[in-house]
Ligand binder design. Sequence first.
Ligand code: ARG
Length: 461
Amino acid sequence: MSDKPWGGAFEQPTDQLLEQFSESVSFDHRLSAYDVRGSIAHARMLAAVGVLTESERDEIVTGLSDIAAEIAAGKFEFRAALEDVHMNIERTLVERIGDAGRKLHTGRSRNDQVSTDFRLWIRDQIDHIDALLANLQRAFVHRTSLDESVIVPGYTHLQRAQPVLAAHYWLAYCEKLKRDRQRLTDCRRRVNQLPLGTAAMAGTTIPIDRQMVADELGFEGVVANSLDSSSDRDFALEFAYVLTQIALHLSGWAEEWILWCTTEFNFLKLPDAFCTGSSIMPQKKNPDGLELIRGKTARVVGNLQSLITLTKGLPMAYNRDLQEDKERVFDSADTVAACLELAAPMVAGAELQCESISSGIDSGYLDATTLMEYLISVGVPQRTAHELIGNLVATAMKKDCRLADLPIEEFQAAHASLDESVYEVLGVDRAVAAFRSTASTNPQMVAEQVELWKKKLQAEN
Ligand code: ARG
């Protein structure tokens, strides 16, 4: 090939400044293995439709396989002057095998090539992140056995609200992660459509067989409009959003556990192996891992914001702006994967501080709502019951005692239909047992949910 990288129409070589400014191989080399797979599938198809001879195809396949092996072994030299991963691999192939290699780019362009490579990469990442999410769910389900029948205060506004089983807490995270996994599965369907063969933006006059390439690469279908797929990265944005939602879930969990690990809460102890010390205060054991999971969420959110801004107002079809998408998505996937990897052993290894939790569980009138509902069940309108129990709470606060410690006279003075049986719903154990609605913290229901989760995750293994 000539040293004019863009061929005959150019009268000057590319300026050094533009070359450095526009190269992407420094980061898109991560797509190498996918680029080679896509090219091999493309070459096989070109041979099948008669564009390549069988021997040309074999030369290409062997040449590309050698290049892939060198890249995997770290022995391949990427050249920034060749701009991106696609040109690096193709040019090297041409340098090695000559004319057969010069035929590889028939019926395609880098525009459909980059979209194909990126989709293949994202598809694998989706499967990887999904497995990490399943692993974290397993850690939470494992906790339900460790903390069986432990009751913790539940909060709204970070004020004590109602008592819940610790297992109910852990399964709440399993549910959040379940929806994240559903989002990944759903996103995967749209990622998994083959753009290759849509070429630059209008398609090609070469009689290619796109379905054959899709089948070989495991795509569920082929994109239907060349302009659409050349111009869009919505599949990448969708993946970046799902990653953001995962990061947000992890961040909420991390924040909660940071609080729970404080002396003030003293609900939870992290294993020493997952704490860090202070360079000046010898007594400190800090939850830096949790803080970083919370902190790294910022970059995942920022990456999504960048991608949204990047694709805003782009006319059809391909624009070079789109090259800026890769690093943002790579970073979000790497960051979320690292957070998930760290989260699982922390979840499995932490210890609930059961004594500390239970010694404070009677503070905060966690059973007041259950008592109110008890009053409703004997026919008192909710608004009236709310008011009456509020008064009883005020009385107990003045006496600095629990509701369960009030004498029966106080209850009867509050409402004539309250008798000794009120004590059956007072105290956190009884309050928890009194829940009835599906999805509540009722112990029987929680136990059933735990079983369902165990079976579900086991079946996946
Ligand atoms: N490196 C480019 C990207 O990531 C590949 C496509 C370049 N296409 C072009 N016509 N300049 O988007």
